[in-house]
Design a protein around this ligand. Structure first.
Ligand code: FES
Ligand SMILES: [Fe+2]
Length: 360
């Protein structure tokens, strides 16, 4: 960042008080310096959902994923799960293009071959190269943790303790147990909006009556509440009994900073991951999980139809909001204290991440 950028940044990153909070200004949703800043200051420095244990049951199973433009591979080894940069030490080729199973990881470019532990095993014809020593090459390992059968990775070592990030979630949703749910399907969406627009839309129920008439009937809007923790926020609402096909109970919507969502309903988990793409687009990945129970097929079908409807509505509003942010007619606005505190919480964490760029 040059001096002018830093001066502009200094003006927008001071903490805001809850009651008097303004939104982040439109400039942080535009393509430009904030693309890079969001990747390096936010996504590289946080826990990112990368896989599910059910995809990694046998030694040799691997999953490829991309976090903040960084190709990552998660591998089941004799020593448990490991994550590496999916980048060969020869000339940066990929070890895998898609999920699979293998005894070793062989680079797709020139065939350098790695043990599942990441150590280089062999490299074709490299004995002709003086001083080349396979034992000196190893795929760089990435921090990894598993929680409720989900696999999270962190590109940077300086991330918060994972236990602190998810503190209290498992207990709060009891008797629902996310750990016993099985993967059912994945949907991917590409949106014409900045990733933060999508996240912020998720973080408030204020738009329910206006954007989601169907969802608004299912949830009891009056009981809708938000709670904030250090690294996550929690929205919950009673399910309006008798109108829906989910069992009676609560809808739990967890947002794990900066871009993971856990949407938990009785007998159903849907994870969302929100990934910035170049050109101010956003990829949103939905994974659906269900336990085995009687009536599952009916729930799966209705859940899918209903989720698609809600997502279509969210896509439409997010893309329209991006146009508004791009219009030049808007800089920032005020937040609703009653309904938008999840959004405030996210924006304060973003401001804190941006502040790290300022000279101390
Ligand atoms: S880049 Fe991997 S073998 Fe050449
Ligand atoms: Fe929505």
């Amino acid at each position: 960042m040059n001096n002018r950028d830093l001066q502009a940044l200094a003006k927008i990153v001071q903490p805001e008080s809850e009651a008097f909070a303004h939104t982040l200004p439109a400039v942080v949703y535009q393509p430009g310096i904030y693309d890079t800043v969001d990747q390096t200051q936010i996504l590289h420095r946080s826990w990112q959902l990368a896989a599910h244990e059910s995809q990694l049951q046998t030694v040799g199973d691997y999953v490829v994923h991309e976090v903040a433009d960084q190709p990552v591979i998660v591998v089941k080894t004799e020593q448990g799960l490991k994550a590496f940069h999916n980048v060969c030490r020869h000339r940066a080729g990929p070890l895998a293009f898609e999920n699979g199973h293998a005894k070793t990881l062989m680079c797709k470019y020139h065939g350098w071959n790695y043990h599942l532990t990441g150590a280089l095993k062999s490299a074709p014809e490299m004995h002709t190269t003086p001083g080349f020593d396979v034992s000196r090459y190893h795929l760089p390992e990435i921090k990894l943790t598993t929680w409720q059968s989900m696999v999270f990775v962190a590109l940077n070592d300086g991330v918060p303790e994972f236990d602190e990030v998810v503190d209290g979630i498992v207990e709060r949703i009891l008797p629902i147990d996310m750990g016993v749910m099985n993967f059912h399907r994945r949907d991917e969406f590409v949106l014409d909006c900045n990733w933060k627009v999508y996240v912020e839309n998720y973080l408030e129920g204020y738009h329910l009556p206006h954007v989601h008439p169907g969802l608004n009937k299912l949830l009891d809007y009056k009981s809708y509440q938000t709670e904030l923790s250090k690294w996550h926020s929690y929205q919950f609402s009673l399910l309006d009994q008798g109108t829906g096909f989910y069992d009676d109970g609560q809808a739990h919507y967890y947002f794990i900073y900066p871009n993971t969502m856990l949407n938990v309903l009785p007998n159903r988990l849907q994870t969302n991951q929100v990934l910035p793409m170049r050109g101010n687009q956003t990829k949103v990945i939905f994974d659906y999980y269900y336990p085995d129970f009687e009536g599952k097929d009916r729930l799966v079908l209705q859940d899918q139809i209903f989720s698609d409807e809600v997502q279509d509505e969210d896509v439409m509003i997010c893309e329209a909001v991006q146009k508004g942010l791009d219009s030049g007619s808007y800089d920032k606005g005020r937040l609703c204290l009653k309904r938008e505190m999840g959004l405030y919480h996210f924006q304060e964490l973003v401001r804190a991440a941006y502040r790290q760029l300022l000279p101390s």
